[in-house]
Design a binder for this molecule. Structure first.
Ligand SMILES: Cc1ncc(COP(=O)(O)O)c(C=O)c1O
Length: 398
């Protein structure tokens, strides 16, 4: 049976041509640690890093490749941003206050809770619409206090696919001179992102999802100047200014202590190259065609509940469903895998408050299907047929 991968929200698969080849070429021919030697192999590896930063900076219309800081994953980037801003904030205004939403992933909720529980920060979480999952930007404005240091919003929900109005929130943050962090874990590579036009100060993203790089990669874009408001969360060797025993202040070394995941970053560079070559607008159009099929076929399917925005607007290709007769969403994932070869993810998806918002937290969550650039129309039509078959089978039994 053909197996179809529908868990691109966890990590993307397959990777485009060029990624594996780049990893192998680095491992077989260079092997050196960038910035850690003056010999040619180390220099070449350093140039490949520069190329990766440049490609990412181009993709997001950033203000400088050196402001793309490599991290282990999106969680690492989010921690760096949240802790960096909280610990770097001006305390004369009181304890730093952070505004966030109910649709956030645990990679935002947990670091923030940790800071609040330790007495280092205050937080306000904005409730979102129980059907669409959308945040009202007006609510974020109303939550601003004199000591608000950060607004953090997830661009695309990993539960409902909801695409938040980040540009509107960005304008509000800019007007109040508050750092604005966007979690682009489910959007970068799928959806066009322009950090300048959207007023984004900090963009956190994985390299291994929409950017189509290997696992163990991610980055934080820090708008030039914003790094002055941030404390470092880790210090260590950078291969630069080695005669100093304090962390360098220049970018990206300030936030990149320790040896890098060079094979991963060099592979990631080719994932981003593939996206730039295709054009993110074209990938977004393809994704929206797939979304349209799902909306047309699933919205009124008897016995099936589709969560999140019920139209093609305001969403990405991440879908949460429940089907009558499957009290445990994992039971539905098991049937989809065993009977149809469809690989999905069920449960709470590390976003307990998003599930609370849509009312599925006490039900064990939902079954999630998530698309990538290699998901075809035929795949999605097949998925819809399988779900219709399951729903009809259940209706016939009751
Ligand atoms: C919205 C969102 N934020 C953050 C993360 C964390 O990403 P990573 O696994 O790269 O740390 C995920 C992962 O699924 C996510 O969906």
């Amino acid at each position: 049976m053909l197996r179809r991968y529908l868990d691109n929200a966890a990590t993307s698969f397959p990777k485009p041509p060029g990624v594996l080849e780049a990893v192998t070429r680095y491992a077989c021919e260079l092997g050196a640690s960038p910035g850690r030697g003056a010999y040619d192999e180390a220099k070449q590896a350093g140039l490949l890093f520069d190329e990766c930063r440049e490609r990412i900076n181009t993709l997001i219309n950033g203000e400088g490749p050196r402001h793309v800081v490599f991290t282990l994953n999106a969680s690492d980037a989010l921690n760096m941003a949240i802790r960096g801003i909280v610990h770097g904030a001006d305390r004369t205004l009181g304890k730093p206050h952070v505004i966030t939403t109910y649709m956030e992933h645990n990679s935002v909720l947990r670091p923030l809770n940790e800071l609040v529980n330790r007495g280092d920060a205050e937080q306000t979480r904005i409730a979102c619409d129980p059907v669409t999952g959308l945040v009202d930007p007006v609510d974020t404005r109303k939550a601003i206090r004199p000591n608000t240091a950060l607004i953090a919003v997830v661009h695309g929900s990993n539960v409902t696919g909801t695409l938040q109005p980040v540009a509107e929130v960005g304008k509000i943050a800019q007007a109040h001179d508050i750092a604005f962090l966007v979690d682009a874990a489910q959007t970068l590579g799928h959806v066009p992102i322009d950090v300048r036009a959207m007023g984004i100060d900090l963009l956190a993203f994985p390299g291994h999802k929409g950017l189509l790089g290997p696992l163990g990669t991610g980055a934080l874009y820090i708008r030039p100047g914003v790094e002055q408001r941030m404390a470092t969360t880790r210090e260590g060797g950078t291969g630069s200014v080695s005669d100093h025993d304090t962390q360098p202040t220049f970018m990206p070394d300030r936030f990149e202590p320790g040896s890098h995941n060079a094979p991963g970053i060099i592979g990631l560079s080719h994932g981003v190259k593939w996206i730039l070559d295709q054009g993110v607008e074209k990938l977004w159009r393809h994704q929206r065609e797939l979304i349209q099929i799902v909306i047309d076929r699933l919205t009124d399917m008897p016995g099936l509940t589709l969560f999140g925005p019920q139209g093609v607007e305001d969403r990405v290709g991440v879908f949460s469903i429940r089907i009558e007769g499957f009290d445990d969403p994992q039971a539905l994932s098991d049937v989809l895998e065993k009977d149809f070869g469809l690989l999905t993810r069920s449960g709470i998806h590390c976003a307990p408050l998003a599930h609370q918002t849509i009312g599925t937290d006490q039900l064990g969550g939902t079954t999630r299907l998530s698309f990538g650039p290699f998901t075809s129309e035929a795949d999605v039509l097949f998925v819809c047929d399988c779900l219709a078959h399951i729903c009809q089978g259940h209706a016939a039994r009751v």
